[in-house]
Design a protein around this ligand. Structure first.
Ligand code: ARG
Length: 388
């Protein structure tokens, strides 16, 4: 009995994988695993229906809480982005891959599969986790280099119905939505308004601003407007309120792992608000040296996650440093949401390093600073003097 477990999304790529794994690869049993990381409910429902029809076994695993606690909280602490891309798809892939591996191991499967093409980053992220096991890795769409048209034709032959041919390739989880492909591949093309689902345009956003407060404990968001809530609820609420005000759209040219540039569009209201607030709070409570060093650590963190290399011990090393710094990142940030922008209005923390007690108009203190200033820039003065 040849058994394989497939990371299933409900989309075209992974749907054609099911018959392909039987026909082209000779698997007797295909187990389709759909991992819920906050995709729209309708996508999940449709996916489950399709998987039940196509696969021998269809499983739906709700990983939303785990996604928030084990992946998004560390991301917030690390101010996680890559070249200005708020890591979204990238941060969910390792969790999905790990869930698939666990099913494969529990059910004595000999292989795992994903539906990624050979062009993007996701294949590398799945492979990085899959290949850390003894399981064989199969990627039918990549291996058979199927085009979108070929996939549609093959799907139709197998009675896999896709209502309308979707124009864009969309990946969505509770943290962000990514839209790529079709006319968006031309970097010069303006993104059509219809690609966005979570946010209104800046122009359509209400004139009246909205004030909110986000509270953090040790780098983790714990309350919205003074009301304590779990991370999943908080992120969901911020996506709603941020979306209403047109906050959190990104249109960028991104350097993929394989080295080529891609035009990418994203929306991520909660992420924009939370990262803005978190960065601001860090500036109040971390020392200048910590902030400088952490910026480099955060960047390394973002690159690792983008590449899907969370199995690299460096990932744990960086998290250990970041967690140590976050012990003091507790406090509340006040923001104004208006016309596509989240602006910080104020921040407070019991650990603020800001010291109103130091008053520079006190006579004694200015005298001390005078002494310091004699030597400030001393080396450059020596050089200037000798050069003129
Ligand atoms: N460029 C992003 C990444 O590599 C998003 C890819 C998402 N995929 C998609 N089909 N929209 O993480």
């Amino acid at each position: 009995m040849k058994r394989i477990v497939l990371a299933y999304s409900g989309g075209l790529d992974t749907s054609v994988c099911i018959p392909l794994l039987r026909e082209q690869y000779g698997y007797d049993e295909v187990i389709a695993v759909l991992v819920d990381v906050g995709q729209p409910e309708s996508d999940i429902k449709e996916g489950v229906n399709r998987a039940t029809k196509l696969a021998d076994v269809a499983l739906l695993l709700d990983a939303r809480q785990e996604f928030v606690h084990d992946y998004l909280f560390p991301l917030i602490k690390a101010n996680g982005d890559y070249e200005g891309y708020v890591l979204g798809t990238a941060i969910a892939r390792p969790l999905i891959a790990k869930k698939v591996v666990v099913v494969a191991q529990n059910r004595d499967a000999e292989a795992v599969a994903h539906g990624c093409t050979g062009k993007g980053n996701d294949q590398l992220r799945f492979d990085a986790i899959f290949r850390a096991t003894d399981l064989a890795v199969v990627a039918p769409v990549r291996e058979l280099s199927l085009t979108r048209e070929e996939e549609h034709a093959y799907a139709a032959k197998h009675g896999i119905a896709f209502e309308s041919e979707k124009r864009w390739s969309i990946d969505e989880n509770l943290w962000s939505r990514s839209i790529e492909g079709s006319e968006l591949e031309d970097p010069a093309a303006y993104p059509p308004e219809e690609i966005y689902k979570w946010t209104v345009s800046q122009d359509a956003a209400p004139e009246k601003p909205e004030l909110i407060q986000v509270s953090f404990e040790q780098g983790v968001p714990v309350a919205l407007n003074g009301e304590r809530m779990d991370g999943l609820t908080l992120i969901t609420r911020l996506n709603e309120v941020g979306g209403i005000h047109g906050i959190g759209r990104t249109d960028m040219i991104e350097d993929r792992v394989l080295g080529f540039k891609a035009r990418e569009n994203y929306e991520h209201p909660a992420a924009t608000i939370l990262l803005k607030a978190h960065r601001d709070l860090e500036r109040l409570v971390l020392t200048r040296n910590e902030l400088r060093f952490k910026a480099a650590v955060d960047q390394a963190w973002g690159e690792l996650v983008y590449q899907g290399l969370v199995m690299d011990p460096l990932y744990d090393d960086l998290n250990a440093f970041i967690n140590e710094t976050q012990k003091r990142v507790t406090g509340t940030v006040h923001l104004k949401l208006s016309k596509g922008l989240a602006c910080v209005l104020g921040r407070a923390s019991p650990n603020a390093l800001y010291s109103p007690g130091v008053s520079f108009d006190a006579k004694a203190e200015t005298r001390i600073v005078e002494g310091f200033s004699v030597y400030h820039g001393f080396q450059s003065r020596l050089i200037r003097r000798s050069c003129d």
